[in-house]
Design a protein around this ligand. Sequence first.
Ligand SMILES: *[C@@H]1O[C@H](CO)[C@@H](O)[C@H](O)[C@H]1NC(C)=O
Ligand SMILES: *[C@@H]1O[C@H](CO)[C@@H](O)[C@H](O)[C@H]1NC(C)=O
Ligand SMILES: *[C@@H]1O[C@H](CO)[C@@H](O)[C@H](O)[C@H]1NC(C)=O
Ligand SMILES: *[C@@H]1O[C@H](CO)[C@@H](O)[C@H](O)[C@H]1NC(C)=O
Ligand SMILES: *[C@@H]1O[C@H](CO)[C@@H](O)[C@H](O)[C@H]1NC(C)=O
Ligand SMILES: *[C@@H]1O[C@H](CO)[C@@H](O)[C@H](O)[C@H]1NC(C)=O
Ligand SMILES: *[C@@H]1O[C@H](CO)[C@@H](O)[C@H](O)[C@H]1NC(C)=O
Ligand SMILES: *[C@@H]1O[C@H](CO)[C@@H](O)[C@H](O)[C@H]1NC(C)=O
Ligand SMILES: *[C@@H]1O[C@H](CO)[C@@H](O)[C@H](O)[C@H]1NC(C)=O
Ligand SMILES: *[C@@H]1O[C@H](CO)[C@@H](O)[C@H](O)[C@H]1NC(C)=O
Length: 790
Amino acid sequence: MQIRTLATLLAAATQLVVAKPLALPQDPNTSTAISPSATIISASEAPTATAPTPVNPNANPCAQVAQMYNNPNTTSDSTGYGSFVSFTPKVPAKLAWDCLNDVPLDSVSAGPWLDSLRPYIEWQSTTAYLKNPPEGYQEPAADVWGDFESIKSRAASGEFANEYELEFALYRLFQTTHDGHFRYLPKLAGGVFGFGRPISLVSYSIDGTSRPKPYVYSDVLSFFVNGTAEPSTVTQIDGQDALEFLENWAQYGSLQDPDALYNNVFYELAQVSLGTSGSGAGTFAGAGRGAYIYPGPTTTLQFENGTTAKFDNFARVLTSFRNIQSGADLYKTYVNPKVSVTSSVSVNNNAVATATVSPRPGYPSPVVIQQNNYIAGYYLDEPGYEDIAVLACTSFVGEDDYQDVAYSFIEQASAAGKTKLVIDVSANGGGTILQGYNLFLNLFPDILPYGATRFRSHETFDIIGETASERIWYYPFNYTNPPNPVWQDFGGGTPFTYRSDVDINYENFTSWRDKNPPNEFYGDNFTSIIRWNLSDPLNTPANGVQVNGFGNRTGLPPSRPFTPENIVILYDGYCASTCAIFSELMTEQAGIRTISIGGRSRDGPMQTVGGVKGTNNYPWSFINELVTDTYALAPDQAGFFNSTSLYSYVDPDTSFTPFQRALTESGQVNVRDGIRMGDETQTPLQFVYEPADCRLYYTAEMTVDVTAIWEKVVDVTWNGDSCVDGGFSSSEEYNEKRAEGASVAKLKAERRLKKRKQQMTASRALALAQSQDLFTDLNSIVPRQGLMLP
Ligand SMILES: *[C@@H]1O[C@H](CO)[C@@H](O)[C@H](O)[C@H]1NC(C)=O
Ligand SMILES: *[C@@H]1O[C@H](CO)[C@@H](O)[C@H](O)[C@H]1NC(C)=O
Ligand SMILES: *[C@@H]1O[C@H](CO)[C@@H](O)[C@H](O)[C@H]1NC(C)=O
Ligand SMILES: *[C@@H]1O[C@H](CO)[C@@H](O)[C@H](O)[C@H]1NC(C)=O
Ligand SMILES: *[C@@H]1O[C@H](CO)[C@@H](O)[C@H](O)[C@H]1NC(C)=O
Ligand SMILES: *[C@@H]1O[C@H](CO)[C@@H](O)[C@H](O)[C@H]1NC(C)=O
Ligand SMILES: *[C@@H]1O[C@H](CO)[C@@H](O)[C@H](O)[C@H]1NC(C)=O
Ligand SMILES: *[C@@H]1O[C@H](CO)[C@@H](O)[C@H](O)[C@H]1NC(C)=O
Ligand SMILES: *[C@@H]1O[C@H](CO)[C@@H](O)[C@H](O)[C@H]1NC(C)=O
Ligand SMILES: *[C@@H]1O[C@H](CO)[C@@H](O)[C@H](O)[C@H]1NC(C)=O
C-alpha cells in the first residue's frame, strides 16, 4: 500500500464534512448522545459467543488479559463511549502492567529500529534550543540526541528489563520535549492498553479569588443536582500531598507551560465537546496522554473532611488479544511481526470515526455550530449580556463548513447588534493552518498577516529543496493536472520550491539559496524567514481553504465586524499549533487582549498559549513521501541520492521500521518555528514567555456550565470586575464600573452559582456524569499540518 499523501489526507477528511453550517436544534433536556460520523472500525473484534474460558488466575498476565478479552461477558465502557470505535474492554490496570512487562527485551532489533528513527528526528526544528533553553521557557531542558544515544546504548547492553521499558523510555524522550508536534508512540507504550482511573477531578476556587483546589467531579455534580453538601477538597493522593502529586502528574503531558499542563489533568467541558478527539475527562482519569502512564493498581484519595476513598484503576484493551498466550506472543503478533520487506511504508487508511458529543454537555444552544463541534457561535441569555457574542473555537481542523460557520456567525452577530466578541480557544490544539489565517482575516480583513516561520536546514531538507526548485520549473502549476503527480506535494504550503512562498518582506525568493542560505542561529542551521503567499492559487486545492480577502473571497462584508477593544480571547492553556498562529496574529498585529483561566494552585500570571507554538508538523509518512517524490522528480539522480542521507529513508531493509513499530501516524515532527515580528535573534516562539493580560480561576459552576466562564470573562473585560492577576484598565467606562467595587462581583458570583443549581436537571447531570468516560481515540483524529495530537 502506498503511504498517504497530504493531499489524500485532506481528501479523506473532505468526505466527512458537510458544506453547510448546521444550526442544530437542541433540546436541553435530552441526555448526551454520542454520534459517530463514520464507520465502525473493528466491530468484528467483539467477542463471539463461542467457547468462553474462565479466567485462570495462575495463567501468565497476557493470557489472563486474553481470557477476559475473549469472554463474551466482558463489557466495554458502560456508557458505550468506546464501543463504536472498536472493542475496548477494561481489565485491571495491574494485570495490563504485568502483561506489558512480560514482553522480553529484543535487544537485537532495538539497534536497527532506533537508527531508523534518526532521519526523522533530524527534521525537528528545536533540538538546539531544547538542549539549552532560552530564558522564558518554563519546562526543563531536553537533550534529544544525548538521550537518544543513551537509550540506544542501554538497549544494546540489555539494561532495559524488558521491551516495554525500552519503548516507554523512547516515548518519554519525545514527550519530555513538551512539544506536542514532536511525537512517537511505540506500540507497547500506547497501542496495547490505555490506562485510566475511574474518577475524574476538577480544580476550582471556592470564591473565585482564593487558590484553586482539586475536587472529585461526581461530588460536584451531586452538589449541583442533588443539593448534597459542598464537595470536600482532595488533600492527598496515594499518600502524597494532592497538589504536589497533580503537578508531577501534569508533567506527563505534551504542553510546554506548567499551568496549561495542570489544567489538562482535569475534566473540562471544552475538551469533552471534542468527543473522542479531545482529552475530555483529563489525564488523571486516563484521557489524552494520561493513558500512557501506569497509575498503579489503585488510587487512594484523602479528603479534607477526613474521609478516605480507594478506587481500582483499569486499562482499556486497545488491540486484539485473540491468540495471545504470553508477552512473547504479543511481541510476535502485534509489536514486531515479521512483515514482507517488499511492501513499502504502509499507513493504516481506516475511515475516520470522529465521535462527537451532541449536544455538548454544559453548553447552551448554539446560534450556529460545525458538525464536529469544532467551532460554534453563542449568545448569552443572562440579562445585561445582550451585546455579547461568543465564538467557541475548539479546533482549527476544517474546510469549507468550518469557515462558513465562523463567517456566518460573525455576520449574524453583527446584524443582531452584538458589539462585543469573546473568542474561547479552550481545548484548541490547532488544525488546518490556513483556518487560523482565515479567522484572523475574517475579523481584520485590512491587516496582512505576518506569520514568519523557518525550517531547520539539514542535508535531506536541502537536497529536496534544491531538486524541487530545479525540476519544478514553473509555479504556480495546475494542481489537479500537474506534469508529474508528485508536484502536488510541492504546491500550496511546503517550502521546497523557492518559487512558492514569500520572504520576510512579502516578496518572492530569487533562488533556493535565497530561501535556504542556510542561516546560523543558536548553533544550528535554518532557512530564511518564510511566509505564506496568501495569493498562491495552490493554497486552496492543497489545503481546502480559500482565506478571506484573497482569491474569490474578496470584498466580503462585514469589514472589521468588531473593534479590537471589543474582542477578548480566553485561553485554558491548551491552545497550540494553528491556535498559536492565530493567537500571535491577534495579539501582536491587532492588539487583542487575553485572559487565561485555571492553572496551578499558585498565585501569579498564567501564559496564554501553553501548547506547542511551532507552526507546522509533518507526519513521518509525509517526510518519507517527500523523499520518494524527490527520487521521482529526478530519476537520473538516484545514484547520487543513494550516496546521501536520502538513502536512509528508502533503504529497503529499514525504511518501514519506524512505522511498523509505532501507532499509525504517531510519528510527527515539528518542522517550522514561529518567529515574532522584529525578533532579530529569531527565537522560536515555543521558547518565548507570554503571560495573559488577566488570569482567572475556575469556580464550581464553571465546571458544569461554560456560560458561567463567559459571563465572568465579560465582567473582567468590560464591566470592571477584577482578575486574580493582571487586569484591564484601559477604558473609562471600565474604571467607572470598577468603582462599584468588589461587592458587585461577589453578588454576581453568588447569582451565577445559584442559577446553575436551579438549572441543573437530572438529565443534564447524567450527560455530564457519562461524559467522564470519554477517552481519547487516536483513530478518530485526522492528522493535520497544524494540529497537536492529544
Ligand atoms: C424540559 O424539562 C422541563 C422541566 O423538567 C419541562 O418543563 C419541559 O417541558 C422539558 N422540555 C422538553 C422539550 O422536554
Ligand atoms: C456470562 O453471563 C451469563 C449470564 O449471566 C452466565 O450464565 C455465563 O456463565 C457467563 N459466562 C462466562 C464465561 O462468564
Ligand atoms: C442524585 O441522586 C440520585 C438519586 O439518589 C442518584 O441516582 C444520582 O446518581 C445522583 N446524582 C449525582 C450526580 O450524584
Ligand atoms: C467527605 O468528602 C467526600 C468528598 O466530597 C465525600 O464523598 C464524603 O461523603 C464526605 N464524608 C463525610 C463524612 O462527610
Ligand atoms: C487544470 O487542468 C484541468 C485538466 O486539464 C483543467 O480542466 C483545468 O481547467 C486546469 N485548471 C487551471 C486552473 O488551469
Ligand atoms: C513571484 O513569483 C511568482 C511565482 O513564480 C510569479 O508568478 C510572479 O510573477 C513573481 N512576482 C514578482 C513580483 O516577481
Ligand atoms: C504570490 O503568488 C501570486 C500568485 O501566484 C503571485 O502573483 C505573486 O507574485 C506572488 N508573490 C507575491 C510577493 O505576492
Ligand atoms: C551549519 O551549516 C554549515 C555550513 O553548511 C556547516 O558547516 C555546519 O556544520 C552546520 N551546523 C550544524 C549544526 O549542522
Ligand atoms: C470560490 O470558489 C470555490 C471553488 O471554485 C467555490 O466552491 C466557492 O463557492 C467560491 N466562493 C465564493 C465566495 O464565491
Ligand atoms: C538506489 O537504491 C535503491 C534501493 O536500494 C536501489 O533499488 C536502486 O537501484 C539504487 N539506485 C541507484 C541508481 O543506485
